[in-house]
Write a protein that binds this ligand. Structure first.
Ligand SMILES: [Zn+2]
Length: 403
C-alpha cells in the first residue's frame, strides 16, 4: 500500500513550464517525474510504479516466450568498440576518460558487449539458436536534448539479441518476435495506434527491417501509408524529389502522418560476429559465422506515449494494466481512522494496488483529493467518510456500496 503521506508528493494546479508536449506537462503536473537536466528525468514513487508496470509487462512477455533475461554493464572499454569500428562513428556516445589512460563508453547499445559474452558459451551448431535480453538504462550524448521524447540523454530500454546458424532460423525468430511485441502493445494500451512501418532495406533477403511506430502528434518520424495496399513506409525510405511509388504495389497515393518509433527489430547479419572473429563448428566440420538480430523497446518512451494517448482535461486515464494503482482510497473522517482501516481490511483488495490518501495533518480538502485522484488517473476511487461508515458502506466511483 502506498501512503501519500509517506513520500514527497504534490500535484500542481497549473501546467508547468519547460516542455513542448502534453505528456511531459501532465507527468510533471501529477508529480510523476521531475527533470534533472534536459533529457534526463527522475521518477517519483508514483511515476516509478507506472514505469515498472510497463517494464514488467515487457519482461513477462519476453519470459513467456522463453527468452532469457541477463544484465550487462552500462560501462564498456574502448577496445571492444574499436573492433567494430564504431568508436569513431557513433557520435552520440558518452566517451569517459578514466584512470591509467583508459577510455570507456557509457553504452547506448550493447552489440559490442553481448557478442563476445554469448560466444563464451557457443562452440558448435548444436549450441544455436540462442538469445538473451536485458532491461537497463541507456545513454546518448545528445547535442540538443529536449523534453521532446526522442532526444533523451538517459532512458530505460529493453534490448534483445539473437544468434542463428541459418537464415531460415533467423527469419522464424524475427517473425516470432514481432508477435511478442504486438502482445506487449495490447497489454499497455497502445494497440490501436501502433503500426508496423518498413524502414531500412534488409539486404540479404531483400526484405526490410521493421519499426513499430505509434501514431501521435508529437512523433518525430513521418510515415507514408499506401492508400492501395496499406503498407507503411518511413519517410527515410522515400526520395521526395524523385517521387515515390509503393514498393509493394507501385501505387503513388499515400496518407501521411506523424508517429513515434517505439520499438524496432533489426537483422544484423554477420556485421558483429565477423568483427569479433566469431565462428562455430558446422555439421560438416567447417567453420561458419553466425547471424545475429537485435530487438529494441524504449520502455520509458512507452510511458510517455501512453500518457500522451490517454490524457484528457482532468488528468491521465491510464489503462488499468499500467496505472500507478488500481484503487485510490480517500479517508475523509480521520476521527474514526481505526474503523476506516478495518473497512479497508474487509474489502480484501490487493494491497500493492492501493494508494491511500492519508494526508490528514496537511489539511488537504475533499475537493483537492478527488482532483488529485483524477489527475493521477487511478481507475477506482473509494471514499470512506463519516456518512459511509455510519451506514457500514463506502463509495466506489460515486456509488454507495454496502458491505
Ligand atoms: Zn501499396
Amino acid at each position: 500500500m502506498i501512503k501519500l503521506s509517506n513520500f514527497p508528493f504534490k500535484t500542481q494546479k497549473t501546467v508547468p513550464n519547460g516542455s513542448d508536449n502534453k505528456s511531459t506537462w501532465i507527468l510533471l503536473q501529477a508529480g510523476f517525474i521531475r527533470q534533472t537536466m534536459a533529457g534526463v528525468y527522475s521518477y517519483t514513487t508514483l511515476g516509478l510504479k507506472v514505469l515498472r508496470k510497463i517494464e514488467n509487462i515487457v519482461r513477462e512477455e519476453m519470459d513467456n516466450y522463453g527468452v532469457a533475461e541477463t544484465l550487462m554493464p552500462s560501462l564498456s572499454p574502448k577496445e571492444l568498440w574499436e573492433k567494430t569500428g564504431r568508436w569513431d562513428t557513433i557520435d552520440v556516445m558518452f566517451h569517459l576518460p578514466a584512470a591509467n589512460n583508459k577510455q570507456y563508453w557509457l553504452n547506448s547499445t550493447h552489440e559490442e558487449i553481448v557478442t563476445p559474452l554469448v560466444w563464451e558459451f557457443i562452440q558448435s551448431y548444436k549450441d544455436l539458436p540462442t538469445s538473451v535480453y536485458q532491461i537497463q538504462n541507456k545513454f546518448r550524448n545528445e547535442k540538443r536534448a529536449k523534453s521532446w521524447i526522442l532526444r533523451w540523454r538517459e532512458f530505460l530500454m529493453k534490448d534483445a539479441y539473437s544468434f542463428h546458424s541459418s537464415n531460415e532460423d533467423f527469419v522464424k525468430y524475427y517473425e516470432w518476435m514481432k508477435e511478442v511485441y504486438l502482445n506487449i502493445f495490447k497489454r499497455i494500451g497502445l494497440w490501436e495506434d501502433t503500426i508496423i512501418a518498413l524502414a531500412d532495406w534488409w539486404t540479404f533477403t531483400e526484405k526490410f527491417s521493421h519499426e513499430f511506430q505509434v501514431k501521435t502528434e508529437i512523433g518525430e518520424d513521418t510515415i507514408y501509408k499506401c492508400k492501395n495496399c496499406e503498407v507503411n513506409f518511413n519517410e527515410e525510405l522515400i526520395d521526395l524529389e524523385k517521387g515515390f511509388e509503393c514498393l509493394k504495389c507501385n501505387s503513388k497515393e499515400f496518407i501521411k502522418f506523424p508517429a513515434s518509433e517505439i520499438w524496432n527489430i533489426f537483422p544484423l547479419e554477420t556485421k558483429f560476429t565477423k568483427a569479433f572473429w566469431i565462428q562455430y563448428l558446422w555439421e560438416d566440420n567447417k567453420m561458419q559465422t553466425p547471424l545475429m538480430g537485435c530487438y529494441g523497446i524504449w520502455v520509458s518512451r512507452a510511458m510517455w506515449l501512453v500518457a500522451e494517448k490517454y490524457v484528457w482535461e482532468k488528468g491521465i486515464a491510464w489503462p488499468e494494466s499500467v496505472a500507478p494503482a488500481k484503487y485510490y482510497i480517500a479517508i475523509i473522517w480521520e476521527e474514526n481512522i481505526e474503523k476506516a482501516y478495518e473497512l479497508i481490511e474487509k474489502l480484501n483488495l490487493d494491497k500493492s494496488e492501493i494508494i491511500l490518501d492519508d494526508r490528514f495533518w496537511r489539511k488537504i480538502g475533499f475537493g483537492q483529493k478527488m482532483w488529485d485522484a483524477e489527475l493521477l488517473g487511478i481507475p477506482n476511487v473509494i471514499v470512506i467518510s463519516k456518512k459511509t461508515l455510519e451506514q457500514n458502506s463506502y463509495e466506489l466511483n460515486w456509488e454507495l456500496i454496502k458491505i
